[in-house]
Design a binder for this molecule. Structure first.
Ligand SMILES: [Zn+2]
Length: 240
């Protein structure tokens, strides 16, 4: 059975996944999944000199086919007075940006009560300030598009190795294995695996064996008179 690609669209990802499963034929499984659109709501906000401009910018930021979930919320430009405490004008600007956003523009700063420098910084106290701030016009809305999913489906891939019928321990990690749980890895593949070699290189046992991983593998292989090694499911990735 050849692999095929299914593309689905639904209200959310969960429904899209369900739709993919619904379209599977006998013996088919999902081999790969790609999320093209997540279907979640997105919030956009834009600032501009006028509300009309901000609305236009917001509208242009929405992808084609999206629906507006929450109606446009707009704010006319305004000038307002803020009171705050700070040590100097730099701190005033930072505090305004934090409170009202980076688009807030400090128009005028008036110190009300002076701060105290203190002796060597002891008893230091910020002054209070009245700040005139211009806020630009803004527009914001929430949009959502359908969830889109592409799935590659096909027959379940054959396991590369046969199952090991016996029970015992994994030849890599020594974990106990029950009957038909482990895989039979031919000894040539087993001792030839680069990943297994790296595993041994980092194994604390290796220094006890003289520290030479190639010599150790060669030695083990020479003493191994079996045709296959038993490898548990957690270790099998080293041989695939
Ligand atoms: Zn193992």
């Amino acid at each position: 059975m050849a692999h095929r690609r299914i593309e689905v669209e639904a209200d959310d990802l969960e429904a899209a996944r369900a739709s993919v499963l619904h379209q599977l034929g006998t013996g088919e499984v999902v081999l790969k999944e790609q999320v093209i659109a997540d279907g979640r709501p997105h919030h956009v906000a834009r600032h501009a000199a006028t509300v009309a401009e901000a609305c236009e910018m917001v509208r242009r930021s929405i992808p084609a086919g999206a629906t507006v979930v929450e109606e446009t919320c707009t704010h006319e430009p305004e000038t307002r007075k803020e009171m705050l405490e700070a040590f100097d004008e730099t701190e005033v600007s930072q505090a305004i940006a934090q409170r009202l956003g980076a688009d807030a523009e400090v128009a005028a700063v008036k110190p009300l009560t002076p701060g105290r420098k203190g002796f060597l910084g002891l008893g230091r106290k910020p002054g209070s300030w009245e700040v005139e701030v211009h806020l630009p016009a803004s527009a914001e809305l929430t949009w959502k598009s359908k969830a889109k999913l592409a799935a590659e489906v096909g027959e379940k891939p054959q396991e590369r190795f046969e199952r090991y019928p016996g029970s015992g321990v994994c030849d890599v990690c020594n974990a106990s294995i029950s009957s038909f749980e482990a895989f039979k890895v031919p000894v040539a593949t087993f001792y030839g695996s680069r990943a297994y070699k790296n595993f041994l290189r980092n194994h604390p046992m290796l220094s006890m064996m003289g520290g030479n991983v190639d010599a150790y593998i060669a030695n083990m292989r020479a003493m191994d008179h079996t045709t296959h090694s038993a490898v548990c499911p957690s270790c099998i990735h080293m041989f695939e």
